[in-house]
Write a protein that binds this ligand. Sequence first.
Ligand code: PLP
Length: 451
Amino acid sequence: MDDPGHRWLNQHRSGQRLPQAVGGEGVHVIDEAGRRYLDGSSGPALFCLGHGHREVIEAIKAQYDRLAFGYSADFTSAPIDALAEALVEQAGGGMSRVSFVSGGSEATETAIKIALQYHLARGHSGRTHFFARRQSWHGYTMGALSLSGHPARRRPYVGALMPVTHLSPANAYRPPDGVAPDDLVDHLAAEFEREIHRVGAERIAAFFFEPVVGAAGGAVPAPDGYARRMRELCTRYGILMVADEVMCGVGRCGTWRALAHDGVAPDVMVTAKGLAGGYAPLGAALMTETVYRTIADTFGTIASVHTYSGHTAACAAGLAVQNVIRRDGLVAKCRDDGAYLMTALNQTFGQNPHVGDIRGRGFFVAVELVRDRESKTPFDAGLGLYKRVKDEAFARGLLCYPSPGTVDGMSGDHVILAPPYIISRAEIDRMVEVLGQAVDAAVASALKDAS
Ligand SMILES: Cc1ncc(COP(=O)(O)O)c(C=O)c1O
């Protein structure tokens, strides 16, 4: 008879049944056999406070004991009110109103609708087209997938996606052909402006981008000055700037709002993962007072709500997580220990002929693997190097986040490390050491199979 576990679709890796996770303690996940895994990527940059955090768990339990959900069409609640206050305060940058949802994709969809409603309220009903970038990820719902510059994930659905103009990624390691690093920002700004004129500014609603690109690029911070130039162009042409901080935000990059590092404020931002740190499904779209008032004065409110929007226990989880982050100074810790992590990565991988780039910010970093360092040639995609690294690390008790498609959506491999904010320096050392072993073993096996 079939193992009933087979009914759950995601349960295999390398032809083997996934182990069951049964416990978590700090930066470790524990499986059914009692094996401990160091969570070097917080799952997908999610578990910012690690696992089994007692304070957060007690706060959630206490909320469940009182009321699971005061349905948000009828009631507000103390956790939702307090969390909205906390987010606006932490975000700064003129963010003033919050729409709660259950995750990153829903937050992106909400931002799409906010942009459309904003322009409609201003009498610009023709502004329905969106700009985003190649090598980006905004989520798997149809609107978010349309924005996403991720060919492999788009492929099965591409005929049904909405048309989006995808600009070049802002990646200093892999600038467009013939563009010198010092000219990159000018080049990208010129491309943006050229595309605005080609499409027609009067048709464009918003520009979506990740201030530090996540899984689609491998922790890629934009070059200095990029966000500011894009901001200027958005403002000049009446296009809303939407910062997708689902992965890079909530302090992971060393500022609570990732784009604050660039001294730039968006019109709308979306956040999720670190918001409730994996203790509940929670996301949010934040917007400026101008955006909100424009919509509210015409339509009364944002026309986008889901059954679970503002779920009370999820907001209690988010509030508890944010309170701990603030009280324990964890954003500053990401910044300081992020520098320590970067030094450790440079020591371990700096001379490795198959590591082309080491990059990132705070506790959101990556190594990009290449076959040839000089020419930046990636490994053949068919070798599945990213998967080999994942398996080698897993076998050594390390969870990391390798992905393929780093160069152009099809070829290239990178490995993201995004540890829980609470990780100690000794654990950082261990994480980097084990990743070094895993990369060496994976590269050796890929080279063997390639020869
Ligand atoms: C930058 C970014 N935006 C949006 C999403 C979608 O979030 P979710 O998977 O919670 O729907 C993700 C998920 O990885 C992401 O990394």
